[in-house]
Design a protein around this ligand. Structure first.
Ligand code: FES
Length: 166
């Protein structure tokens, strides 16, 4: 069975080698639909995201419909069909953050970055996502950029926070 560690060198792989590795992963998981989530995780580790070509490849190898693959991808927020930027900006829209202005922060992020949730800026620097409670409710609204947590985020601070990362 191939482990996540064994796919850490994928950046050096050609597209053909990546598809070969994915085929091995699918074979290791016995092409069983029950293992689809693990296979998708490995595919995302190999390709960085799950573009439609990869979805078609998995569907073909597993004898599943592409709509089945897509329904799993859209159900779980940890799967991405878009390439990720250098920084992933995630705004919390859990109850506490939502009522304390999380939506306003999200709207500001959308307007400053010029992208919608689930997308990446053209320069591949920022991706935008939303998440549920991260345990910082007392200092809502909260957001994260990669692993760093930002608390009591004010929409007016967004340009400065993002600007410092560029
Ligand atoms: S609801 Fe956002 S941190 Fe808890």
């Amino acid at each position: 069975m191939i482990t996540t560690d064994e796919v850490c060198n994928v950046l050096k792989m050609t597209e053909e080698e990546k598809y070969d590795l994915l085929k091995t992963v699918i074979t290791d998981y016995e092409r069983k639909e029950n293992n689809l989530i693990q296979i998708l995780h490995m595919a995302q580790a190999i390709f960085g995201y799950l573009p439609v070509e990869v979805q078609y490849f998995i569907a073909g190898q597993m004898d599943l419909s592409v709509s089945k693959i897509n329904s799993v991808l859209t159900f779980y927020s940890f799967f991405s069909t878009q390439p990720k930027g250098k920084y992933t900006v995630s705004i919390c829209l859990g109850t506490a953050c939502y009522v304390r202005g999380g939506k306003d922060v999200l709207n500001k992020l959308k307007s400053v970055l010029g992208i919608d949730v689930g997308f990446t800026t053209e320069d591949k620097v920022f991706s935008l996502s939303v998440m549920r409670c991260i345990g910082a409710c007392g200092l809502a609204p909260a957001m994260t950029i990669n692993k760093k947590v930002y608390k009591q985020v004010n929409p007016n601070k967004i340009p400065m926070i993002l600007g410092m990362l560029k």
